[in-house]
Design a protein around this ligand. Structure first.
Ligand code: URA
Length: 266
């Protein structure tokens, strides 16, 4: 089919199927000056370019140890952000435009943890900045919540995976110490997992969000004095593609509202 497309149509076709960026897993420094070896003989030797080897990436086990140490040492949300920015163990950092750390006030009593930043979040630097963010804001507003007033939002992973691919198990494992510490530092009254990736990662469960939603579950970690009541919800990105699930999402929002009223947060 593509053979009959002109270049403009071909580009449009790429965009329609989601190929909207020409990037790879590793950053290419196109400003780097590649030194050519001296020409020894004008006639015989082929001219080859010598590229220095890519910067070494530390092994996952080593990086995991470093992630745990860095996250545990953070005593404030600002220190945690700085620690994440300095962490070299996650290669996503090299392809993302910027860190997508959090939105809202860290003093908020309700904390939402989403999955991964997409293109809009990567560009703007805030979680849930695109269409799914608009839906999320509407859902929150329906029960009296907003980022401006009483909700703090982050993601399990703070850097956009190239081309919006699904994060790997290793990337999730390396991000976990930071998001766990993030929750400890905010210490909200209620924690909400937005989507399956966040639910599974933070509850260390293999069950789907469909199975885990609709009930209150205790969230615990080493640095928390007491467990936090937590609730799993569908990600708005999923709801945009599966509007039939909005009824269940509304039921979850009502559960959240009732709990916040019970705790005196709303
Ligand atoms: N945008 C985010 O920042 N997180 C999600 O989970 C989905 C969209």
């Amino acid at each position: 089919m593509e053979a009959s497309l002109n270049p403009v149509q071909l580009l449009q076709w790429y965009m329609d199927i989601g190929v909207d960026e020409a990037i790879g897993e590793e950053l290419i420094d196109r400003t780097r000056i590649v030194e050519k070896p001296p020409v020894i003989s004008a006639t015989i030797l082929p001219i080859t370019q010598v590229s220095p080897p890519p910067a070494p990436i530390i092994g996952t086990i080593e990086a995991l140890g470093e992630a745990k140490v860095l996250a545990a040492a953070a005593k404030t949300v600002e220190e945690l952000k700085a620690a994440l920015e300095g962490f070299q163990g996650l290669s996503l950092k090299r392809t993302a435009t910027q860190i997508v750390f959090a939105d809202g006030a860290p003093t908020a009593r309700v904390m939402l943890v989403g999955e991964v930043p997409g293109a809009d979040e990567d560009r703007i630097g805030r979680p849930f900045a695109g269409a799914s963010g608009q839906l999320l804001d509407k859902m929150l507003a329906a029960i009296g919540l907003s980022r401006e007033n009483n909700v703090y939002i982050t993601n399990v992973i703070n850097w956009r995976p190239p081309g919006n691919r699904t994060p790997s198990e290793a990337e999730l494992a390396l991000s976990l110490p930071f998001v766990q510490r993030h929750i400890e530092l905010v210490n909200p009254a209620v924690l909400v997992y937005v989507g399956g990736v966040a639910t599974k990662a933070l509850l260390q469960s293999s069950q789907s969000v469909m199975r885990l939603r609709g009930k209150w579950m205790d969230y615990s970690s080493e640095g928390l004095q007491q467990p936090i009541p937590s609730l799993a919800m569908f990600n708005p990105t999923y709801l945009i593609g599966s509007p039939a699930q909005k009824g269940l999402a509304w039921a979850d929002l009502l559960m959240l509202k009732a709990k916040l009223q019970e705790l005196g947060v709303l």
